[in-house]
Ligand binder design. Structure first.
Ligand code: ADP
Ligand code: MG
Length: 353
């Protein structure tokens, strides 16, 4: 029996579309911070200052000294699917962090956002947006680079607001995002401040200076600054290659393993990711040197031709898809086992059995 009322199909209101899409890119304050810091890195910043209030719900501010945005292009920067980073012709050849042109539009849709920027030799300007409504471009005082202020995140989408965790948990997730990006970019200086009660400096990382004797030394120093001495002193270096995939980084000694997996960091082509394949391979690489329930500390950097990995599968770009997953898994497991061989108990010889 046919239902008596047939519902009418109508296109969604554009602002509703923006809010739905925004939810995929920006899930919580930490994802907003990730997008904003990535933008600063794409703009060639050498220093990035992040401030949050109330776990990022009340305020997120990211300030950089990058190339800036021309006053006339500020509205485009906040428009959905507008980007300076690709023409969209080859989404498999992505070398910048951004390419979707969605982050600022998403934040502008679900929060109160102010974008202030200045290109060298031009005048500074600012543009505000609130719940998807754009204001007008106005002159603004700013010495250089870009400042993005996001206030009242998700005020326009109360349902999403309810899913946020407590202030402390959100603030910790923000710090985690900044640390991960800082590990990927040792030559950039970072600060993170919490403005909830007065001003508290959460993280300060000075820019590392390149070491001509040892190109990996700057990265090692940055990892030590972020992960602590315990990691850097015991960790063994990784260096393995297979068919155009290169694995470097450091693997913590089994003795330094922890009760949780928070100190496992994987990067693909300089991008921090939370990729199941890589994290699984990391576990497998330690399988016979670690008791169950123990988690190794590690920072793995996998580099390959951008065409061998699709970073486009996840809106927040946290997961990637490799053209040849088995090869990548084998490379990581094999590279780790070889590096950790001295830490492995000697194999039992047949005659001892
Ligand atoms: P995407 O990063 O994918 O291009 P976004 O919405 O994050 O999309 O940013 C849109 C555009 O705004 C960027 O392509 C860039 O041109 C400009 N932009 C955003 N943030 C900055 C910044 N901090 N410095 C310079 N330009 C920026
Ligand atoms: Mg971006």
């Amino acid at each position: 029996q046919a239902p008596s009322v047939v519902p009418t199909i109508r296109p969604l209101d554009p602002r509703a579309i923006d809010r739905i899409a925004a939810g995929e890119v920006v899930e919580r304050p930490a994802s907003a911070v990730k997008e904003l810091v990535e933008n600063a890195l794409d703009a060639g910043a050498t220093r990035i200052d992040v401030a949050i209030r109330e776990g990022g719900r009340a305020l997120i501010r990211v300030e950089d000294d990058g190339c800036g945005i021309r006053a006339g292009e500020l509205p485009l920067a906040l428009a959905r699917h507008a980007t300076s980073k690709t023409d969209g012709a080859d989404l498999l050849d992505i070398r910048s962090f951004g390419f979707r042109g969605e982050a600022l539009a998403s934040l502008a849709a679900v929060a109160r956002l102010t974008l202030t920027s200045r290109v060298l030799g031009e005048d500074g300007a600012a543009l505000a947006a609130e719940g998807g409504r754009l204001g007008e471009v106005r002159p603004a005082a700013i010495t250089r680079g870009t400042v993005v202020e996001v206030r009242d995140l998700f005020f326009a989408t109360p349902a999403r607001l309810k899913f946020l965790r407590g202030e402390r948990a959100e603030a910790m997730a923000v710090a985690d995002v900044v640390r991960r990006l800082a590990m990927a970019e040792p030559f950039v200086a970072f600060t993170l401040r919490d403005l909830t009660e007065g001003e508290r400096l959460v993280l300060r990382l000075d820019a590392e200076v390149p070491d001509l004797q040892d190109p990996r030394e700057a990265l090692r120093r940055r990892l030590r600054a972020v992960l602590g001495r315990g990691f850097s002193e015991g960790a063994v270096p990784l260096d393995a290659e297979r068919e155009g995939h290169h694995l470097t980084g450091w693997a913590g000694l089994p003795a330094e393993a922890r009760g949780n997996a928070t100190a496992q960091h994987v990067f693909v082509n300089g991008r921090p990711v939370r990729d199941k394949l890589l994290l699984g391979a990391l576990r497998a690489g330690y399988m016979d040197v670690l008791a169950s329930g123990r988690h190794p500390m590690a920072a793995l950097f996998l580099d390959c031709d951008p065409r061998l990995v699709d970073v486009n599968v996840h809106p927040a770009k946290a997961e990637v898809r490799f053209r040849d997953p088995d090869l990548v898994r084998g490379l990581v497991v094999g590279g780790l086992r070889r590096a950790l061989a001295p830490a492995r108990p000697a194999p039992m010889l047949a005659e001892e059995l």
